[in-house]
Design a binder for this molecule. Structure first.
Ligand code: SAM
Ligand code: DTB
Ligand code: SF4
Length: 326
């Protein structure tokens, strides 16, 4: 497709349906043109100097029955992390208070479940209620949800539910066999139905083609409405997982993925998620130029490393960016 056939950024504000070919054509733009378009959209909808900070806590680590090829928490992989018990509510509250004191505005609780059993949900509801009292936005990522479970989380005061599409429909089966793409779409639908905000993104660098990266972003952008938050994870190659030896993605392709997410989902928070440690400062700076306006703060994601808070503060300082305040 010719560059001139692609809509100009100003027409992207409206809800529209994206074809994979259109999204792939954005990926193929000359890098400066893509960055210009992403920045134009970014400036229409967001402050350019503010980055929203979220902090993650793994409330239930390891022992997961699913077989997601990237994940160190699957008990099926040789490199699996040890299975731990659910973290007590008081400990969650301590972590949330520390996150707030360090400038995070959203606290995200993650569990290594296929989905919560009913007996699992009660303590999570208590965590949500307690974290909410600190004035933080709350987010949970607990796997597949039924509509009644989504409703209970909403009633407990949950703001966001994170559930990723992870990759393109036609690459998904290469990575995960224990749940289907449609299961994920059903969970996102259940979350929307009860009025929770949706945090939904994916992982790049798992060996997918550019067209498949475009197809993931088209799927996300075509959700009606598109997610309020879009985490773009760079695969963390964890030893002992099936994707441990995956060839690294060209960093510019990662930056392009961020820019295309920004253009196709103008109002969303585009979150620079897993993999920041490996990206380095210069590539992260390009990601902010490409329209990323959110990231995870804290030296650990769920089980893998993330930059030290002091390193992030230094980077934001050098770039003249400030942490968003609510
Ligand atoms: N078990 C729940 C689920 O799968 O929805 C919630 C936790 S799961 C760890 C949340 C997300 O983390 C996954 O959907 C995936 O996108 C991301 N993730 C997990 N391992 C990763 C890795 N090694 N590199 C990048 N992202 C990863
Ligand atoms: C998301 O998309 N990325 C975060 C959050 N949602 C839950 C998790 C990244 C996990 C990276 C691997 C780990 O630390 O275990
Ligand atoms: Fe389990 Fe979630 Fe990891 Fe898949 S991504 S193995 S469901 S913890």
């Amino acid at each position: 497709m010719d560059v001139t056939e692609i809509d100009r950024p100003e027409t992207h504000a409206a809800e529209r349906k994206w074809t994979v070919a259109e999204v792939e054509a954005l990926f193929a733009l000359p890098f400066p043109e893509l960055m210009y378009r992403a920045q134009t959209v970014h400036r229409q909808f967001h402050r350019v100097d503010a980055v929203q900070l979220s902090t993650l806590l793994s409330i239930k680590t390891g022992g997961c029955p699913e077989d997601c090829g990237y994940c160190p928490q699957s008990k099926r992989h040789a490199g699996a992390v040890a299975s731990e018990a659910l973290v007590p509510v008081a400990e969650v509250l301590r972590a949330a208070r520390a996150a707030r004191d360090q400038g995070a505005t959203r606290f995200c609780m993650g569990a290594a479940w296929r989905g919560p059993k009913d007996r699992d949900l009660e303590p999570v509801l208590a965590m949500v209620r307690e974290v909410k009292t600190l004035g933080l936005e709350t987010c949970a990522t607990l796997g597949l949800l039924r509509p009644d479970q989504a409703l209970k989380l909403k009633e407990a005061g949950l703001d966001y539910y994170n559930h990723n599409l992870d990759t393109a429909p036609d690459f998904y089966g290469e990575v995960i066999s224990t749940r289907q793409y449609q299961d994920r779409l059903d969970t996102i639908e259940a979350v929307r139905e009860v009025g929770l905000k949706v945090c939904c993104g994916g992982i790049v660098g798992m060996g997918e083609s550019r067209r498949q990266r475009a197809a993931l972003l088209a799927e996300l952008a075509n959700l009606k409405p598109y997610p309020e938050s879009v985490p773009i994870n760079h695969l963390v190659r964890v030893p002992g997982t099936p994707l441990a030896e995956q060839a690294p993605l060209d960093p510019f392709e990662f930056v392009r993925s961020i820019a295309v997410a920004r253009i196709t989902m103008p109002r969303a928070l585009v979150r620079l998620s897993a993999g920041r440690q490996e990206l380095g400062e210069a590539v992260q700076a390009l990601c902010f130029l490409a329209g990323a306006n959110s990231m995870f703060q804290g030296d650990k994601l769920l089980t893998t490393g993330n930059p030290q808070i002091s390193e992030d503060q230094a980077l934001l300082g050098k770039l003249g960016l400030t942490a968003e305040v609510m």
